[in-house]
Design a protein around this ligand. Structure first.
Ligand SMILES: NC(=O)c1ccc[n+]([C@@H]2O[C@H](COP(=O)([O-])OP(=O)(O)OC[C@H]3O[C@@H](n4cnc5c(N)ncnc54)[C@H](OP(=O)(O)O)[C@@H]3O)[C@@H](O)[C@H]2O)c1
Length: 263
């Protein structure tokens, strides 16, 4: 049987954007969805939309930037005894603007959600994942992971962590039955841009329309990559081509571009 059929999956950041789309695409195939985010009312609305016989949906409110709330979520999972075989570490946020003028609280949240919670959930849930006949971890990274990006300095660095961490534990977990994949989307129209915009000095997070990929396509590509046990997927051929081309640039030219963006 395909790993995603009858899967028991935990999706972080299921109240919006890609997380919501993961839930929608998995609902027809999964046995259990555990939906996690801060906005519980959104999770409950999604649950009402996706409910069907044979599917159990749990909505769990948690602020993943708060270690105590992550621990509470893990304690609930342990007590519920759900045989999780799929973990989607999707929750994340950005902050658009110069590093030095950013609010520390926002920077802390990015570090704690994008890196801290992803790492903690993976560490705590690995024994459960390994105990299943087949299991997967899907980490939502970004095409921002491939390069330093002025005005998204911390965000890009957190995603570089996600991609690096994913590749390393994928190698460690070879042969254990747990596959590990990173999805590295380019720009997707979700609430991400609005959340990343600063209220004090808003600078819209713009991206060329040609690079935009729909949430449906990103999630479809990501789930197919998990099924095919691929290490990494960059949805959208133009995004993949741009990343590949930019990776070939000499460092001096890349720095010239970075300096221009920083101004
Ligand atoms: N959109 C893009 O252009 C793009 C491109 C590349 C990668 N990504 C990545 O894709 C992932 C999903 O982002 P998205 O585009 O779907 O953005 P989104 O629409 O803003 O969704 C972000 C999700 O993360 C959750 N989240 C944020 N902070 C949280 C916290 N402290 N505790 C718990 N949940 C939290 C939000 O839920 P609550 O607010 O309800 O808590 C929401 O469900 C992120 O990791 C992002 O970095 C996005």
């Amino acid at each position: 049987m395909n790993l995603l059929d009858q899967c028991n999956v935990l999706i972080t950041g299921a109240s919006s954007g890609l997380g919501k789309e993961f839930a929608r695409q998995l609902a027809p195939r999964a046995a259990t969805l555990v939906l996690v985010a801060r906005r519980l009312e959104r999770l409950e609305a999604l649950k009402s939309e996706l409910e069907r016989p044979g599917l159990t949906i749990h909505c769990r409110q948690a602020d993943l930037s708060d270690r105590t709330e992550v621990d509470t979520l893990l304690a609930w999972l342990a007590s519920a005894g759900i045989p999780l075989n799929f973990l989607i570490n999707n929750a994340g946020l950005g902050d658009h603007g110069r590093f030095e003028t950013g609010e520390w609280e926002r920077t802390r949240q990015m570090l704690d959600v994008n890196i801290g919670a992803l790492t903690r959930l993976t560490h705590a849930l690995l024994p459960i994942l390994k105990a299943q006949a087949g299991a997967a971890i899907l980490n939502v990274s970004s095409s921002a992971a491939f390069f330093p990006i002025p005005k998204l300095a911390v965000y890009a660095a957190t995603k570089a962590y996600v991609s690096s961490f994913t590749e390393a534990i994928r190698a460690e977990l070879r042969g254990t039955g747990v596959r590990v994949t990173a999805v590295c989307p380019g720009p997707v129209s979700t609430e991400f841009g609005r959340v990343a915009e600063r209220t004090a000095s808003p600078e819209p997070l713009e991206a060329p329309d040609a690079l935009r990929v729909s949430a449906r396509e990103v999630v479809g590509d990501a789930l197919r990559a998990v099924e095919a046990d691929r290490a990494r997927v960059i949805p959208g051929w133009l995004v993949a081509l741009t990343v590949a081309a930019a990776s070939l640039l000499p460092m001096a030219l890349l720095r010239y571009g970075l300096n221009k963006r920083a101004r």
